[in-house]
Design a protein around this ligand. Structure first.
Ligand code: B12
Ligand code: SF4
Length: 437
């Protein structure tokens, strides 16, 4: 069968970018759609193409549909891309009415019912590498009701029913690598760039899926039913080799890298033995750094150059309220260790729409005093499917998912909108201009 996998455009509304002069966010990270490359890896025997609409114009969709005439079109989507994914599915149906449309990814895994609409045929809830393959096989065999765990069949107007899929190592189908070759022509566009530091080509590799923690705002838990699944070191090494030596920076796109210290040490040693040093970026918790500084040191030796740390807040009470299971003291210690190891820090912070000038001041002070190399500040957003969403449901003022780019207040502000967004835009613009990566 012919299968087209589509990455939606870089969409979404952003009030600080549209109205308050913020321009730096979308420039910093551009990345490959590894989820789609991963699905493609387990579709041997089919003709598979990837259309990355974050690189190509949206107008390329219809010509590509006409030239490939796919039997199945798979679309990935985060929450802010949910409406874009629905629009793409509608275009597929109007261009090729017989094609089957499947939506998967972050939003589908957290709020599958959102896609229970007529232009969609199936929704993949959670990891899709094995589930999608099983669905494709069922479609090829002409089964009307595929009954694949983790795949919901759309019935508009009725409640969505499907058997959940709790993933195991089997779902990783480790023997089939991601199809990096399918995005080879886009590779020069996948860059990390910030401030005075210039840009680097960046590639993506997974070493772990899911996360053992449950921060209330985070949508990762539903991707894996709370499981934390690791790839074998040989698999990570294979994927690094396939990605190629001409991609100097590799982002481990795990939600939480190094959460199992023994396994992470074995991985570092295996990569060192194989001569697979790269400039790595990894998302690491601050308490992991404090608990196992020697692990970070081993990774620094094989090239760990940047860590992304979800600090979220610089106030212990706020950290407790989102179940972060960490403290500001731990943050300061982690930062000290990382500075000593010369590992650069990309710090994720979440500001609450309830912030006043005092909280903005405290955050600015922390970022400056602790010399965070690149702060990324987002606005607390109750993403559908998360605990935070259940807690704040009644307070949500903006329901249009186009605004769920994490840069807008979708719940009430305490400061006047102009004051809030002006400070937010200033915080990001100043820090990004000074960033050196
Ligand atoms: C790399 C990345 C990006 C990249 C590229 C992503 C891309 N598709 O092109 C870039 C830098 C562009 C990006 C941008 C943003 N991102 Co981002 N990103 C990630 C990150 C770190 C890794 C994603 C990844 O590659 N995972 C590895 C692959 C293998 O897994 P996967 O994509 O989940 O795919 C599997 C399943 O989901 C499923 N699946 C996925 N798609 C499909 C499709 C079908 C048909 C099927 C059957 C199955 C399926 O099967 C796959 C294989 O098992 C995640 C965090 C994380 N660790 O997940 C955040 C994450 C996805 N991003 C997030 C956010 C918020 C954003 C931004 C809004 C940030 C911002 N404020 O600018 C923007 C939005 C872009 C836009 N449209 O404007 C959130 C999404 C939360 C949500 N529910 O919406 C995440 C979860 C991080 C977080 N903070 O919580 N991002
Ligand atoms: S925010 Fe980070 S530590 Fe918390 S649940 Fe999500 S991935 Fe895990």
């Amino acid at each position: 069968m012919n299968i087209l996998l589509v990455n939606p455009p870089n969409v979404g509304r952003s009030i600080p970018e549209e109205e308050y002069g913020l321009t730096s966010i979308k420039r910093i990270f551009r990345g490959e759609p590894l989820g789609l490359e991963t699905l493609a890896g387990n579709l041997l025997g089919h003709r598979v193409e990837i259309l990355d609409l974050k690189v190509e114009p949206l107008s390329s969709l219809v010509p590509r549909l006409r030239s490939l005439t796919p039997d199945i079109v798979g679309i990935t989507a985060m929450t802010c891309e949910a409406n874009a994914a629905l629009a793409i599915a509608a275009t597929v149906k109007s261009t090729l009415p017989s094609a089957t449309t499947v939506i998967g990814g972050g939003h589908a895994s957290n709020d599958p019912a959102y896609f229970n609409q007529e232009q969609v045929d199936f929704i993949c809830v959670g990891l899709g590498k094995l589930a999608f393959r099983e669905l494709v096989d069922a479609i090829e065999q002409g089964r009307k009701e595929p009954g694949v765990p983790g795949i919901a069949q759309v019935v508009p107007g009725e409640a969505l029913r499907f058997e959940p899929r709790v993933p195991t190592r089997r779902d990783l189908v480790e023997e089939c690598p991601p199809r990096y070759d399918l995005v080879a022509k886009y590779r020069p566009e996948y860059v990390l760039s910030a401030g005075a530091g210039g840009g680097f080509r960046v590639g993506a590799v997974v070493s772990a899926y899911g996360c053992p923690y449950q921060c209330t705002f985070c949508s990762i838990e539903n991707m894996t039913h709370g499981q934390y699944l690791l790839h074998e070191p040989e698999i990570v090494a294979r994927d690094l080799r396939l990605l190629g030596g001409d991609v100097p920076v590799v982002r481990l796109v795990d939600a939480n890298s190094f959460a199992k210290s023994r396994e992470s040490r074995l991985l570092a040693r295996h990569l060192a033995e194989q001569g697979l040093q790269r400039r790595f970026i990894a998302d690491v918790r601050a308490d992991t750094v404090v608990r196992t500084p020697s692990l970070l040191a081993e990774w620094a030796e094989i090239g760990l150059g940047f860590v992304v740390i979800g600090f979220e807040s610089v106030d212990d009470q706020e950290l407790r309220s989102v179940n972060k299971q960490s403290t500001v003291d731990t943050y300061r210690e982690a930062i000290r260790i990382l500075h000593e190891l010369r590992i650069k820090i990309i710090g994720d912070f979440i500001i609450s729409p309830q912030y006043t000038h005092a909280e903005f001041d405290a955050l600015e002070r922390f970022i400056e005093q602790e010399a965070i190399d690149l702060p990324i500040v987002t606005v607390m957003t109750p993403l559908p499917g998360t605990v935070l969403h259940r807690q704040m449901r009644e307070e949500i003022l903006v329901h249009d998912l186009d605004y769920y780019t994490l840069t807008n207040a979708v719940t009430p502000l305490r400061l006047p909108a102009e004051g809030f967004y002006t400070r937010y835009a200033r915080l990001m613009t100043t820090n990004h201009a000074q960033a050196k990566l």
